[in-house]
Design a protein around this ligand. Sequence first.
Ligand SMILES: *Cc1c(COP(=O)(O)O)cnc(C)c1O
Length: 431
Amino acid sequence: MEDFRPTKYKLRCVATGRVFEDDGLVLEDRQCNTPSLIRTEYEVKCIDIRSDDSGIYKFCDWLPVRRTLKGSAAPVTYKSEGLAAHLGLDNLYITFSGYFPEKGAEMTTCSFKETEAYSVCGRFDESAGRILVVASAGNTARAFAKVCSENNIPLLLSVPEDNLDALWFEEPLNDCVKLIAAQKGGDYFDAIHLSNVALKSGRFIAEGGAKNVARRDGMATTVLSAAAFIGRIPDYYFQAVGSGTGAIAAWEAAMRLEADGRFGPNRMKLMVSQNAPFVPMYDAWRADSRHMLPYDDHRARRDAGIIDAKVLSNRRPPYGLAGGLYDALKESGGDFFVSTNAALRRASKLFEQTEGIDIHHAAAVAVDSLIQAVKQGKVGREDVVMLNVTGGGERRYKAGRQMWYLKPSIVFPLTASETDIIGRTEALFVQ
Ligand SMILES: *Cc1c(COP(=O)(O)O)cnc(C)c1O
């Protein structure tokens, strides 16, 4: 991007309101002793969305990045005709993160995790000499791998061995991206465990998930894209949630847009959904509880194994902390839905027939929740609805292309010792 200048911002702790400076790495206010998110506060209140070819960085006024990176694409919003007519909605807007070239959507890792990765890596201060660590079951790993590979940023990925087929790329990756895997039979939680052990080494630093302000502000670009296209803040925001980070980010974006003044009042209701039987946040919400209800480990693993939309199987979501999903849902007057595998498969087919593109299972959960909301009269014909299609076009992208798969440098048994994990992962980054 030409003439890029980092935007000015400060960080504010949601729980205490304390304002402090960013160092490009910090994930929380160390002076706060209750669980809380921190938020960015941008000096620029009226966003200037660049119309040039700068990908996601066209929203750089409201991205906490010190630099821009190569190869990014922005989410694309368009007005639905097919699905809208089918549902009897006059103002249905689809924000698409993925590969849908007819609409100008060019995210080649095919999910909105790309918005996070370009923002997080643009914020990350490499000069501190630490190596970024990301644990993921798939979409996040693919997005970070692409961004880091294309921009020569060292990255340690931790993924369950059973999910290696999610690590497809059009071209071989740069050597700066290293992968470790939790042996077959291990799942996302084991991959997180591996990364947590590696993080005991001072060489590594956690990307941080929802706590990373760059991650949320990257995902917030979906709502910025929608508001810019529609001309105002939508009335309803539909998204399937795993951690809920995307929905929290959407709410933060709506507040910023309201303060901007040109996009109308923020009456946006968050309409979120999970894939049954893995529905821990839905259960807490229905019980009107800020805290997650007990979820037996064995049952959680079993439920995660059953659902189609695996990316929604996060067991430690940022739900109850200050500024988390519970607060965002309460403040927005939102609602929570549940979809079965059968329902999301139907929704996925319907979306492809009416909109002309394949979508990820998680996105199909959001489509199904919209169908339910219309049936139940929760959304009216004239309401302005934003449907966040968080992933799609993977089949389209892969068609006729030969894919290259990232292979793990080390596969750790579930019984690996801490010294072994730390020593061998550190050694991967010695030239
Ligand atoms: C990660 C992901 C989600 C869930 O997003 P959260 O921010 O974790 O709630 C939904 N859809 C797709 C395609 C994803 O990759």
